[in-house]
Design a protein around this ligand. Structure first.
Ligand code: ARE
Length: 610
């Protein structure tokens, strides 16, 4: 057993409270080396003669610790170099000391992995000595309920629909911008097509029929650009989108049908026309708002006529190097108070259900801690979702977000299905990695996606192959957490970024003749299945050995068996006897005979109820 591969950190995603009673413990060993891991765990204050204190190793030298119990850990996942083990434990008095007993594949080598040392266990005398050494045990001092990451329950069963408001539907042509172009024109970074919130309200029936239960709206506050990420007024919905009344109506109508509404919180930066920024531009060092931004030098005014702006040497910090997105100083008390007021205003006055936090990881942690406190104080089940493309673990530990936009999942599914650049084995490892990185409760409300307004659309990533797109959606719908469909994805809208053309933001296709009805029916069925077959979003899954093939995957989730053939041709799956027999295939809702060698057609995925 490679000792240097053994890894555990208390009070991290490797040891955390799942709820007010339950601890989750994870540990890591080198891949394929360990047959069995036993968690040795118990109350630190349980002594034979009640004796506390004594020597530095913990406890009185003359008394014996009787707290320890053994619990076998399960193999939760395998990543490139490591096996990841998991165990749940309910400490009766919310405290725990623990360590790990590892056995190698041959059963000849046994180790104890503790906080300070890794000890070799040769015989039972060794074992007693090692296990009783409290000084070498890891410590979870107390399960304090207030620190537990508590997530909104409703998100676990939500199916999201992401809308880029300017491009979903034009409900009121009379409020469209003057320079609006015909619906369906080529989308660029600067043109307008007239989509608005009334367009969403008018099409709620379409969304209800699809089966979605949550709408994530890209920014809708008054702003200059078509994407509205350059906010001017945080208290007013853009008049071209219908103003505040339109949002009020949307929330009311959506709530009547059990649909939640999540807004985009763009708090990392403002737009260049934000009045407080304009004040800094005008008054420079004299501006009372100068500390609301990150100013490097005055004046901050950019001369538009200047031919060359040195974007690496702007007088102020920005989002990326975008001059018209000055970065807000969330460390400044007034600026922070302003933004926190905005956050609570839209919940109090408009009853929104969630905030998606733009550029979430470039804002300070203190800001997000206070943000969580304010938001949860007025709506405890408001969903707080961070936009982080990388490892976002530090933000989902209980004091900041509930979950993250699961871009690592999107990357893995697209690499396997759309680009066909990774093998089934690598794909499974990537999926395991995405799960074991986070506390389970965060995984249960992860925002799972395949594409978004920031990426090429799924169908384009799949080179137009609708069978591949279906497989990608199937994999998306099998993950714990809440899946999201980017508007139009369900009818096969494609689109990619090409120079100045923002293809992924093209107008929704409302002409039924031009909608991909087959794909839509498939997605409707997946949404339906998620509701009637809760095993599909179980956190626990077992990868099956279905015969070595780089393109095929078999997995079991509770009472469902999922077989996926990502190759272009028929493939034979080898199934153990207990899986064979006649089973209902849930997507087609037809019976299917599973044999010990079962053929699944190319680019096809099936879900069997076993
Ligand atoms: C537009 C054009 C760009 C052009 C830019 C500058 O689309 O091609 O380069 O203008 O002129 C919004 C608009 C964008 C707009 C941008 C700037 O939607 O269309 O760009 O404003 O005006 C990183 C961040 C992540 C961020 C992405 C875009 O970490 O937070 O970059 N996403 C949010 C929103 C965007 C929004 C903004 C931020 C700004 O979702 O829609 O842009 O408010 C890797 C990296 C990630 C990186 C990711 C994507 O994986 O690791 O960190 O995300 O790629 O680039």
């Amino acid at each position: 057993i490679t000792k240097s591969a053994l890894h555990h950190i208390p009070k991290s995603q490797m040891a955390y409270a799942y709820d007010k009673d339950t601890l989750h413990i994870r540990m890591r060993s080198a891949i394929g080396e360990v047959k069995k891991v036993t968690l040795w765990i118990g109350d630190p204050y349980k002594w034979e003669d009640g004796g506390l204190g004594g020597n530095l190793e913990g406890g009185n030298v003359n008394s014996i610790w009787t707290g320890g119990e053994r619990h076998e850990m399960i193999l939760e996942g395998q990543i490139e170099l490591f096996d990841c083990w998991f165990c749940e434990f309910t400490p009766p008095h919310k405290r725990a000391r623990y360590g790990f007993i590892l056995e190698d594949m041959t059963g000849n080598e046994r180790l104890f992995f503790g906080e300070k040392h890794i000890e070799v266990i040769k015989n039972s005398t060794d074992e007693t000595k090692v296990l009783m050494n409290l000084g070498n045990l890891f410590c979870f001092p107390f399960l304090n309920q207030i620190d537990v990451l508590t997530v909104p329950n409703w998100v676990k069963t939500t199916v999201w629909y992401q809308i880029f408001p300017e491009r979903f539907a034009n409900g009121r042509p009379n409020i469209s911008p003057k320079n609006v172009e015909p619906w369906g024109s080529t989308p660029t970074g600067s043109n307008f097509m007239g989509g608005d919130i009334f367009g969403i309200i008018d099409n709620l029936d379409y969304l209800i029929d699809l089966g979605i239960t949550g709408i994530y709206l890209c920014p809708i506050f008054t702003a200059s650009a078509n994407h509205k990420y350059d906010t001017i007024d945080y208290y007013n919905i853009d008049p071209h989108f219908g103003g505040n009344e339109a949002l009020k109506l949307l929330v009311e109508k959506a709530h009547k049908h059990g649909i939640k509404i999540m807004l985009d919180a763009v708090f990392n930066h403002s737009g260049a026309n934000f009045p407080k920024w304009l004040d800094v531009v005008k008054n420079g060092e004299q501006s009372i708002y100068k500390d609301w931004f990150w100013i490097n030098r005055f004046p901050v005014h950019l001369n538009d006529l200047e031919e060359e702006i040195d974007y690496w040497n702007l007088p102020y910090e920005t989002f990326s190097n975008v001059a018209n997105m000055p970065k807000l100083n969330t460390e400044n008390p007034e600026c922070k108070a302003f933004l926190l007021d905005v956050a609570t205003y839209w919940i109090k006055e408009f009853d929104i259900d969630g905030w998606r936090l733009d550029v979430a990881n470039e804002i300070d942690h203190q800001f997000w801690r206070d943000f969580r406190k304010c938001v949860k104080a007025i709506k405890p089940d408001c969903y707080i979702l961070g936009e982080i493309w990388h490892d976002g673990n530090p933000w989902v530990r209980g004091d900041q977000y509930d979950a993250l936009m699961n871009y690592p999942l999107a990357t893995a599914i697209n690499a396997f299905i759309s680009h066909r650049t990774i093998t089934a084995k690598q794909f499974m490892q990537d999926l395991d990695q995405a799960r074991i990185n986070y506390p389970r409760q965060a995984n249960e409300v992860m925002f799972n996606l395949l594409d978004s307004h920031d990426t090429d659309r799924l169908l384009s990533l799949c080179n137009g192959n609708k069978h591949s797109a279906k497989l990608a959606y199937l994999l998306l719908f099998l993950q714990p957490g809440s899946p999201c469909i980017y508007y139009g994805g369900e009818i096969g809208l494609d689109g990619k970024k090409q120079g100045s053309i923002e293809g992924a933001r093209k107008c929704m296709q409302w002409d039924i003749q031009k909608q991909g009805i087959d794909l839509k029916n498939y997605i409707k069925r997946l949404i339906e299945l998620r509701k009637i077959e809760p095993d599909l979003h179980l956190h626990e899954l077992t990868w099956l050995d279905i015969g070595n093939d780089d393109n095929c995957i078999g997995l079991q989730k509770g009472s469902t068996l999922i077989l996926i053939n990502n190759s272009l041709t028929d493939k034979i799956f080898h199934l153990s006897n207990h899986l064979t027999g006649q089973h209902q295939e849930l997507i087609t809702n037809k019976p299917y005979q599973l044999e010990s060698t079962t053929t699944i057609p190319g680019l096809c995925g099936c879900i069997f109820k076993i």
